[in-house]
Design a protein around this ligand. Structure first.
Ligand SMILES: C[S@@+](CC[C@H](N)C(=O)[O-])C[C@H]1O[C@@H](n2cnc3c(N)ncnc32)[C@H](O)[C@@H]1O
Length: 265
């Protein structure tokens, strides 16, 4: 029987009852007039109660903004953010970290399909303090090109894989696999998965990954679909995933961040 030695969860600081955290980022998508939008949002922020979150296509207020009350997370996020988008998606990242707090208690590996620069994986591991994180974390990506038409990413070129390997040079628990999914699973794939983050931006790759990995998720294991609740070019992912999960008696929980969550029974 596998013995689990979960890392201690970082302690949350005592909550002040009168100091609220607000968050604002200039990174948004799908805006026709960014300057005008920014002006309006600057004004809107003055009209709402504290505890607002503005960024990643969210504007909400009167929230605890738990992510920013958690010092270990604030440090993991800021030390791994390589661009404004990495900051803007703080809430999405906090859902990964909170899911990881559950999954570290399960006998299974961590997996991310769609690594890009590795900031997601690194934020999760650093949250616990890397020396405390013992589960293997697999990361799959082509690294040098984005298979989704019109979805190139600025850092994707022949040098990216080397750069990401370097980023994890001191992280023996991380196993990066370079190749196109689902074929790249043939290079190595865990039998048991506690945490699966799928972030491929395309329905075909995500369904092929689910076909390969879903049965390997242990009971209680978590699946986070990064784009599930995003519309536009991502809507095809929801359509394909709804059908796939319906056939298996599951329903994806759509999260306000744009992610989708499934708990394996
Ligand atoms: C949005 S990025 C991932 C971002 C990353 N999860 C993060 O949190 O920073 C999507 C990545 O998926 C990869 N990708 C998409 N389809 C793929 C496929 N079929 N096989 C391998 N990689 C794929 C792309 O190369 C790209 O790097």
């Amino acid at each position: 029987m596998t013995v689990i030695k979960p890392p201690p969860l970082p302690e949350l600081p005592e909550l002040s009852m009168d100091r609220m955290q607000s968050f604002s980022s200039p990174a948004f998508w799908g805006i026709s007039n960014p300057r005008r939008f920014q002006e309006l949002m600057e004004e809107a922020k003055t009209l709402v109660e504290p505890g607002y979150y503005l960024g990643d296509n969210l504007f909400t207020w009167g929230r605890n903004n738990s992510a920013f009350e958690d010092n270990a997370f604030v440090h993991a996020l800021s030390s791994n953010a390589l661009n404004p988008s990495d900051q803007a998606i703080a809430w999405r990242r906090y859902l990964l970290v909170s899911s990881a707090c559950h999954a570290v208690h399960l006998a299974g590996d961590f997996v991310e399909c769609g690594v890009y620069m590795g900031s997601g994986i690194k934020t999760v591991i650093d949250y616990f303090g890397k020396q405390h994180f013992h589960q293997r974390f697999w990361g799959y990506d082509t690294f040098d090109y984005h298979p989704t038409t019109n979805h190139g990413l600025p850092e994707q070129n022949s040098a990216l894989f080397g750069k990401v390997q370097l980023r994890f040079a001191d992280y023996p628990m991380v196993r990066l696999v370079k190749g196109f999914l689902p074929h790249a699973f043939a290079q190595g794939c865990p039998d048991k998965i506690a945490f699966l983050h799928i972030d491929l931006n395309n329905a075909e790759g995500e369904i092929a990954s689910l076909e390969h990995l879903w049965e390997r998720i242990v009971p209680g294991g978590l699946l986070i679909l990064d784009d599930y609740e995003w519309a536009g070019i991502y809507r095809a992912q929801k359509r394909a995933e709804d059908l796939w999960f319906q056939a298996r008696g599951y329903r994806v929980m759509p999260l306000p961040t744009g992610q989708g969550l499934v708990i394996k029974r």
